[in-house]
Design a protein around this ligand. Structure first.
Ligand code: B12
Ligand code: SF4
Length: 474
């Protein structure tokens, strides 16, 4: 049995400048398959790193001659790329079993199977065990109705089997399969932030989140659970990548790492192993956690935590309540201050376009962010990702004006507000970027900042004209 995992050619999310991430979801699945299924030959084709486009992909599928082709969207905006990948596989050989998975296809299983005849099976939710069982039984379609966690076409109908229980202990997973991309592993980078020479690896510290924000698909996808790996295990994976693949920049995939004891133990582990000085790592955090566990920050910085993404979202308390975010604007201010004080690059995420947003409330958000003064601010448009509570509410109320999935990247406006049209919401986003990065003082402070990462990104933006790209966005 030959299985080919394909990372399709994707556009980069230019807001973050230049980067090339490893295709984490599929190398994780490949590693699990390798361990659990006998007599299976696995390849991972990363079109981005290998600079292969559609024709090249078709040739690679032809030459590997797989029985199964599987591909992941990562985010909703890549849906059509996955469909096109699987369509390409079917063109090479209609007998190839094609599989899609991940958050978007999980949430839209019925609609996706109706829309894309090139998708045979959708693996819903957690992928490892389901994919392994599917590969074992791939030759016997009659056994598909027994495989938990899949949706598929059968006898002219679309069937959705019951969900599969989650893996209990994530420490039992194999290490992510970086060996499947070992020839290109040196290419992965986040140039705009950490330079071209810091090889970039993703490591997963947990799945899910204990919170339940209305716009977020993470907690729903993981069935409202939060499963964490032990700090020792996370440090083992980091060390493995550091030693074997020369990884120097680690991005923890956790949408909410959860500070406190866990973070403190991870910092101890990294420091004890003696490579902290040589390592940069990134994590996402909640503002309330940063404030609550501020005493751990110096140790985390010592262990190599160089960059934190804080979910500030909005300065308006009632908007935060609508989002069910359970933080306050003061906690956001405190979290930014504390991060900067500890020389940790503080990036903030702000969301505009909530239903009650007006030109005035967005102007207030701009003032708030100016005052907050993070090292780097990302402004995003509230996007109803399938699988979120927001999506259900927006659909019910007819708020969604754009159903082109490739626009679901948090840069394109998808819904108007009560007082702003789609076009006005879009224009407000540009205003936010222009307002924040247009300040000469801020640019000068960035270019000559004492924080290495901040200097690098401001020089990068100055050379690449990131703002110009925003103005020309179609
Ligand atoms: C790292 C990351 C990035 C990296 C890119 C990484 C990459 N490889 O390309 C960067 C920073 C560049 C990025 C950008 C974006 N991202 Co992002 N990102 C993540 C993050 C933090 C980790 C992804 C990951 O590796 N997870 C770990 C793996 C193991 O989990 P998984 O992918 O879900 O896979 C499991 C299952 O879902 C399933 N599965 C998944 N795929 C497949 C495929 C098959 C065939 C099968 C069988 C199973 C299967 O099996 C896996 C193992 O169980 C996630 C949040 C998260 N924690 O998942 C957000 C997340 C995926 N990103 C998101 C978004 C919105 C984006 C952006 C649009 C904007 C933004 N705000 O960042 C851009 C889009 C860029 C682009 N054009 O692709 C959203 C997606 C929501 C949605 N429905 O669209 C997420 C979920 C964050 C969130 N909570 O909202 N992202
Ligand atoms: S936005 Fe962050 S805190 Fe809220 S549910 Fe998603 S991951 Fe958790």
């Amino acid at each position: 049995m030959r299985v080919l995992f394909v990372e399709p050619p994707k556009d980069i999310w230019f807001v973050m400048g230049e980067y090339l991430p490893p295709p984490f979801g599929i190398i994780q699945l490949a590693a699990y398959l390798e361990r659990e299924v006998k007599n299976v030959e696995i390849e991972v084709l990363d079109c981005n790193a290998q600079q292969i486009y559609w024709n090249g992909m078709e040739k690679r599928i032809e030459s590997f001659n797989p029985d199964i082709v599987a591909s992941s969207a990562l985010a909703t905006c890549n849906t059509y790329l996955v469909a096109r990948t699987l369509e390409t596989a079917k063109r090479v050989n209609p007998d190839i079993l094609t599989i899609a998975g991940g958050q978007h296809f999980t949430a839209t299983a019925q609609e996706s199977l109706e829309t894309y005849p090139e998708i045979d099976v959708i693996v819903r939710g957690e992928g490892e065990q389901t994919t392994a069982e599917l590969v074992k039984k791939a030759g016997r379609k009659s056994s598909f109705p027994q495989i938990k966690g899949i949706s598929f076409r059968y006898d002219g109908k679309i069937l959705h089997n019951p969900p599969r229980p989650l893996i209990e202990n994530l420490d039992n997973l194999p290490y992510p399969g970086y060996h499947f991309v070992k020839d290109i592993v040196h290419k992965y980078h986040f140039a705009a932030m950490t330079g071209r020479n810091a090889s970039y690896a993703l490591i997963e510290g947990s799945r899910g989140c204990p919170h339940n924000c209305t716009f977020c698909s993470q907690w729903k996808h993981w069935q409202q659970t939060w499963r964490v790996k032990t700090s020792q295990r996370i440090a083992d994976e980091i060390e493995f990548c550091y030693q074997n693949y020369g990884s120097r920049f680690i991005w923890l995939t956790d949408d909410n790492f959860g500070f406190g004891k866990r973070a403190s133990e991870l910092a101890d582990e990294i420091i004890q192993r003696g490579f902290a000085e040589d390592l940069m790592w990134f994590t996402q955090a909640r503002c309330d956690d940063v404030v609550k566990y501020k005493d751990v920050l110096p140790k985390m910085r010592k262990a190599g935590l160089r960059w934190v993404l804080l979910g500030v979202e909005n300065p308006n308390q009632s908007t935060l309540e609508t989002f069910r975010k359970k933080i306050t604007p003061n906690q956001a201010k405190e979290a930014v201050k504390l991060s900067k004080k500890n020389d940790i690059f503080a990036q903030t995420m702000l969301i505009i376009g909530e239903r009650k947003d007006t030109a005035k409330s967005i102007a207030e958000l701009r003032e708030f962010v100016n005052d907050l003064d993070p090292d780097f601010a990302i402004f995003a448009i509230l996007t109803p990702f399938p699988g979120t509570e927001l999506f259900e509410e927006a659909k019910r109320n007819g708020w969604i004006e754009d159903l082109n999935w490739s626009h679901y990247d948090m840069v394109h406006a998808i819904m108007p507000t009560e007082t702003l049209s789609l076009k006005e919401v879009q224009e407000e986003l540009y205003n936010c970027y222009r307002g924040f990065y247009g300040s000469l003082m801020r640019r000068m402070q960035g270019l000559f900042s004492g924080n290495e990462m901040k200097r690098r990104i401001y020089w990068y933006m100055a050379f690449r004209g990131i703002l110009r790209q925003f103005r020309t966005l179609a």
